[in-house]
Design a protein around this ligand. Structure first.
Ligand SMILES: Cc1cc2nc3c(=O)[nH]c(=O)nc-3n(C[C@H](O)[C@H](O)[C@H](O)COP(=O)(O)OP(=O)(O)OC[C@H]3O[C@@H](n4cnc5c(N)ncnc54)[C@H](O)[C@@H]3O)c2cc1C
Length: 460
């Protein structure tokens, strides 16, 4: 086999997983040759679109804030939402390395991160999310790519990996890339790390594995086409948790930006086109999206000016939505009804019932008892929203070193996977098992593990 160039570690995909894996590999051994192949011509994967929040238990940032946490408590929180699934060993591993991961990101990968103390988000019993101060995944990505650059890790943009090279013994020994103008290059590697994300943009794979969400709007990157699944299956790899995904109930229409769930946590509600609520919003944005998909849209997130202002103060993306007209203020219930073209009696009754429940402390008819800042009051505000699929959580079954496994438990030599390419920790199927931060925890956590073990593996 002719190779155009030789490397020690090749990473497929310059997202959060791929950049973390490359930095972890190179910082394990400065002498090795590491490179990243990226099919788009700039950084534009899902990590760029995310709010950059990664959960971790017992970090020094939590201790400084007086928060008591432990990997065991984190595992309990995750398992409580997901129930049994195919890779509970990975939940365990990621919880136990989560603090090390966050501190490594800050100290070695030079990522600016702070503990999020204004919201806990779905599933976490304590403040555990860590993210860039801007709460934007793009800043996380820029910090990672600057570090990769300073470590002289090349990113070959515009190079889609089209196939893996496999030895007669079944080990992965390289890959083939193709540029947009058709130039084909074959590269050898002792280890290949698949960091190509999931298959959210591939309707065919969605219909096969996640049929209930396959026709929903998609709010993630178009580059998530699921190549890793196809290559892995071709090599006899096992798949796990294939029906699981992260959906989101509140993508602003027509703006397209994410309306933070903090609005719900602070007391907001969601109504249908008649002005009626149809579920307990505090079950979380991913689970609530499933409820929306069963109803007729459009949907509206309704809050008041105090919820809006507190939220906009800490979250620039939401502040931007307010400034660009995505959050409309109404001084009275009559004005709200007229803006939304709803029967005033219906929307007034809906809001009055929510106010009653928030004031009385009694669970409402949907079982909701958490109302954040308390009862809503005028002036009200609303945002038109739609549910969307954000990313898939099923993928290649990996072990706790991120090595890709066959159904018999043996691993495919030379092949690693992380992030959306690997099986996630959000349950077996559907969107209800998604806990905030599960996407980036598996991306950066498995990327970190893959990077380190990809180097040790070829010395063994
Ligand atoms: C709007 C939004 C908000 C989110 N917010 C959060 C959050 O706050 N916290 C959280 O945990 N998760 C969040 N998620 C989910 C999270 O973004 C993903 O789970 C995570 O970014 C996946 O990381 P990754 O590195 O696997 O994929 P990506 O960041 O998508 O990177 C994959 C890269 O691989 C490249 N690639 C694909 N195929 C090939 C190929 N054949 N050859 C070469 N390159 C290829 C892609 O172009 C891309 O650059 C959010 C998702 C969305 C859409």
């Amino acid at each position: 086999m002719h190779f155009d160039a030789e490397f020690d570690v090749l990473v497929v995909g310059a997202g959060g997983c791929g950049l973390t894996a490359a930095i972890a590999a190179k910082s394990s051994d400065q002498k090795i040759q590491v490179a990243i192949l990226e099919k788009t011509n700039r950084l534009m994967g899902n990590t760029m679109l995310s709010s950059g929040s990664i959960p971790a238990a017992n970090t020094r940032f939590q201790r400084a804030a007086g928060i008591q946490d432990s990997p065991e408590a984190m595992i309990d929180d995750l398992n409580h939402i997901t129930g049994e699934h195919d890779v509970t060993d990975i939940t365990h591993k990621l919880a136990f390395i989560s603090a090390e991961l966050i501190e490594w990101l800050v100290d070695v990968a030079n990522v600016d991160m702070t503990l999020v103390e204004t919201y806990k988000h779905i599933g976490h019993s304590v403040h555990r999310l860590h993210s860039p101060p801007s709460r934007r995944g793009a800043d996380l990505m820029h910090d990672l790519s600057r570090t990769a650059d300073s470590m002289e890790i090349p990113i070959a943009y515009g190079n889609a990996v089209t196939e893996l090279v496999v030895s007669a013994e079944g080990a992965v020994t390289g890959l083939v890339t193709k540029t947009i103008d058709g130039r084909v290059t074959t590269l050898s590697a002792k280890s290949v790390i698949l960091a190509t994300n999931g298959f959210g943009a591939n309707r065919e794979l969605l219909s096969q594995f996640c049929p209930s969400i396959s026709h929903a709007n998609y709010g993630g990157s178009p580059s998530s086409q699921g190549e890793a699944i196809t290559w892995g299956v071709g090599l006899g790899a096992a798949l796990a948790n294939m029906g699981a995904y992260q959906a989101h109930a509140s993508l602003a229409e027509p703006h397209g930006s994410l309306v933070t769930w903090t609005i719900i946590e602070k007391g907001g509600i969601i109504v249908d086109s008649r002005g009626c609520r149809f579920g307990n919003e505090t079950i979380g944005y991913s689970a609530f999206a499933e409820l929306e998909l069963e109803q007729q849209g459009p949907f509206y997130m309704i809050a008041d000016s105090k919820v809006r202002d507190v939220t906009a103060n800490g979250q620039p993306e939401y502040a931007e939505l307010c400034n660009t007209g995505g959050v409309v203020q109404c001084h009275t219930l009559g004005e709200l009804a007229s803006h939304l073209e709803m029967n005033e009696n219906i929307i007034s009754q809906t809001i009055n019932e929510a106010v009653f429940s928030a004031s009385s402390g009694q669970p409402d008819k949907f079982g909701r008892s958490n109302w954040g800042l308390g009862p809503l009051s005028a002036p009200f505000c609303f945002t038109r929203i739609t549910p969307a699929l954000f990313h898939t959580q099923g993928g290649l079954h990996v072990d706790d070193q991120a090595r890709v496994l066959r159904p018999d438990g043996s691993h495919i030599k030379g092949l690693f996977a992380g992030g959306g390419a690997a099986a996630g920790i959000s349950g077996l199927k559907g969107g209800a098992g998604y806990v905030s931060g599960n996407g980036l925890l598996t991306a950066l956590g498995l990327g970190y593990l893959a990077g380190k073990s990809s180097v040790t593996d070829f010395y063994e």
